[in-house]
Every structure is written in C-alpha cells, then in structure tokens.
Design a protein around this ligand. Sequence first.
Ligand SMILES: Nc1nc2c(c(=O)[nH]1)N[C@H]1C(S)=C(S)[C@@H](COP(=O)(O)O)O[C@H]1N2
Ligand SMILES: [Mo]
Length: 334
Amino acid sequence: MPNIISRPSWYLPDSAAIAESIYLNRRHFIKALGLGAAAMAVTARCGVAQPISVPRTDPSVEKLGPLPAYKTNPNFSDPGRPLTSLDDERNPLAFNNFYEFGTRKYQPAISARGFTLDPYALEIGGLVKEPVKLGLEDVEALGVEERVYRFRCVEAWAMTVPWVGVPLAKILAKVDILPEAKYVAFQTFLDPERASGQKAQNYDWPYKEGLRLDEAMNEMTMAVTGMYGKRLLPQSGTPLRIIAPWKYGYKGAKSVVKITLTAGQPATLWNTALASEYKFYSNVDPEVPHPRWSQASEKMLSDLSPPESVPTQWYNGYGEQVGAMYADMKRVLY
Ligand SMILES: Nc1nc2c(c(=O)[nH]1)N[C@H]1C(S)=C(S)[C@@H](COP(=O)(O)O)O[C@H]1N2
Ligand SMILES: [Mo]
C-alpha cells in the first residue's frame, strides 16, 4: 500500500477551513436570505462567524405538499451511532456536495435555494418492455418508509441520516425488465441556466451514476424523497435522490429524472472525469485507499477536525445485507 500522507481538502483545522471559503459564503448566505445580524454569532473557538442556521424549508418545496404518512422500518431504525444533528455547526442541510450548484461545501444551500423540478416526472426506460413516467405521487404511492442509515462520502466524512423514501426495487417493479438488462443508470436534470455548476466544462453533465441490477434491487437501495421528517430541500436533491449506503456517497445521484436499464456498465460522471480515483463499484472499504488519502478512518460531519476519527467499516457496516452480492469478486474493489 502506498504511503498516503495527503488529505482531502476539507480536512483542515476549523480555523483554516472557516477562514476561507466558508466564512465568505456565510456572509453571502446571510445577505441572500435577508437574515439579520441575529443569525450571526461569534464563536470563541476560532474567532470567526458561526454558521448561520440554514432554513429547514423552502417555498419551492412547500409547494409539493407534505410527505405522505410513513413509519420507521424497524430493521433500519438503529444505525448504531447518534443521528447527525441539524443543530450542529456542519449539518446535512448546510454542508453539501451538489456540484450543479457549486463545488464548495456551503454553496448548494445558498445557490440551490428556490430550485424546483416541479412538475416532476421520473422516466424509466431502456431495456424494459414499456417505458413509464412516474410523478412524485406515483412514486410515493408505492409506500414510503423511514430508514436511518449511515452515510459515507469518499472524502472520508460521514453522517447518520433518517431518510424517507421508497425502496428502489418497488419502483423498478413498475416496469417489465428485459432479460438483457444487467445495469441501472441514473441521470440528474440538465439545466445549466438554473444550475450554473453545469456550465463547468470539466464534467460530463448531467450527473450520471449507475448500479448493477442486483445492487439496484437490493433491499438497502432507496429512492429518497425526504429526510428528517420533511421533503428534501433543493440542496439535498429535490424531489428524489438515490441512496445506496454501503457505497461512497457519489454513487447516489440527486434530483434524478431518468432511470435507464442497460446491458453494459453505464458511464458515470465521476468515472468519466477521473477514472483513476472513482471506480464503478465504489463500495466503502477501509483497506482500499483513495489514491490521494486513506479510507481507513472517517470523521463525523459534526466533528471534522482532528483528532477524533472512527474506523471505517467495510461496506459501511452493511456487509450482512450486501456482502453476498460480491462473493465472487476480489476483496479489493472500488
Ligand atoms: N446530482 C448530483 N448528485 C450528487 C452529487 C452531485 O454533485 N450532483 N454529489 C454526490 C456526493 S459526492 C455526495 S457525498 C452526496 C452528498 O449528499 P449531501 O449533500 O446530501 O450530503 O451526493 C451525491 N450526489
Ligand atoms: Mo461524496
């Protein structure tokens, strides 16, 4: 194994990280939202502005109406570690990866505000007998449930989130899948005018991801429409995203509009951009380092600064649910 000393770019002491991009973003954010000085406080710890609190609603999302009634699935109610609090300094509604709305962590919560795909349609096509288009109500009519999952980004930060959604297998059951189909491709919307990150030439927009068909059908894989009891905000992938919690976070596309059944392994945005760093499988594995950093440990979103870190679990701890799918593959895989 190579001697890995470098670290992901966010992996900085608070003082350094906050002093640059985040602090500036916060000032923009406060302006953009018309929030007053009350939203800002001074932290004794690093002497710069505290994160402002991100609104937990968005008018564009309110228009979609509330989530349908749901229950927590008892098989996935105990993630074995505390939920990531929305009151934490870095929290899942403020700290995001959603490159369509900017590459800095605190940008999407600002620049995606008001974004909507309403009226929404999820197209399912490719190697199916008859393609279908489902509205959000059609998807949710298949039965929404809550599941608390561990989440692990390839950048080695982690969180624990109560997602609300529909098992993807229930959605795929709406089409007759042809026997040649072996993979499932996911595609995000394409609208560079509203999502200016898509004007960046270095990525093959729209965002694309894929799973093997059995992975897509696995009980763990969810089409998520809500989190923390509410509909997804724009920065979290309104109105529907994919979550496959034994894989690195980028395998789950946000704001998905199209699902295509394919015979061959589909191209993905990250693999196309940087094949040496982002492979198709991308299963969480402490023994397979990213070329630029170790994956042996991870940090919770609320506590990114050293020294606290916890060991990474193989398959993010979901080996019991997903391990059998890889029985005939080598241990070392991405
Ligand atoms: N369309 C789209 N989906 C995406 C991304 C993205 O940039 N665009 N980023 C991925 C990455 S790298 C991660 S870690 C998660 C982040 O989800 P979060 O911001 O809700 O934590 O979304 C994934 N899905
Ligand atoms: Mo990620």
